[in-house]
Write a protein that binds this ligand. Structure first.
Ligand SMILES: Cc1cc2nc3c(=O)[nH]c(=O)nc-3n(C[C@H](O)[C@H](O)[C@H](O)COP(=O)(O)O)c2cc1C
Length: 182
């Protein structure tokens, strides 16, 4: 069982990456295999519904997604949505998300954009039957001191989300295997 933590921010000083690292460490302590994907480390082309699918970097990240049973997705909130790098990742990798589990960690500038994840989550649910963990972490600037989470509630929720993605991914994997064996 493998959980892939995806850090979607392209910012050098990303706060969502701080959340992603904390969640990834929690998965490392669990029985699940922990893998890490930072979009800053992969020069992905924009999805053009054509040649981009054959790009080497797309192949690399798609394999990482395909090999995972669950995803912890850390994203910046941009314009009341996820950032375009994350949406582009989904456009490029589509069915690698299918029948798996996803949970979200969000970093925002203010307190009012807390439903920003919904468009992305809806697409995962409706297009790819991804099971969405019905709890997520939403943090803003006051929850961090540079590279450190200073709000214990955010730490607690991040650990809880990581554990929940891992246990739900294991359960979904078993259920899907049983269903496929019928
Ligand atoms: C282009 C852009 C759009 C943004 N839109 C929002 C927004 O709609 N709501 C919000 O609360 N913060 C918004 N912010 C603030 C970011 O969510 C905040 O800086 C966050 O820390 C970014 O995540 P990161 O640090 O992981 O890159 C925006 C920032 C940028 C650069």
């Amino acid at each position: 069982m493998t959980i892939l933590t995806i850090s979607a921010s392209l910012s050098k000083t990303s706060r969502s990456r701080v959340l992603a690292r904390a969640a990834h460490k929690m998965v490392e302590k669990s029985a699940a295999g922990a893998r890490w994907l930072d979009l800053r480390e992969h020069a992905l082309p924009f999805c053009d519904a054509g040649a981009a699918y054959g790009d080497d970097a797309v192949g690399t990240v798609k394999t990482m997604l395909a090999e995972a049973d669950g995803f912890i997705v850390a994203t910046p909130v941009y314009n009341f949505s996820v950032n375009s790098a994350l949406k582009n990742l989904l456009e490029l990798t589509g069915d690698a998300w299918e029948d798996k589990v996803a949970g979200f960690l969000c970093a925002a500038g203010g307190a009012s954009s807390y439903m920003s994840i919904m468009g992305f989550a809806n697409s995962l649910m409706l297009d790819f039957r991804t099971v969405i963990v019905p709890r997520f972490v939403y943090a803003n600037g006051s929850d961090f001191d540079r590279e450190r989470i200073v709000n214990p509630e955010i730490e607690r929720r991040t650990d809880g989300l990581a554990r929940e993605v891992a246990s739900l991914a294991a359960a979904v994997k078993t259920i899907r295997a049983e269903a496929n064996a019928l």
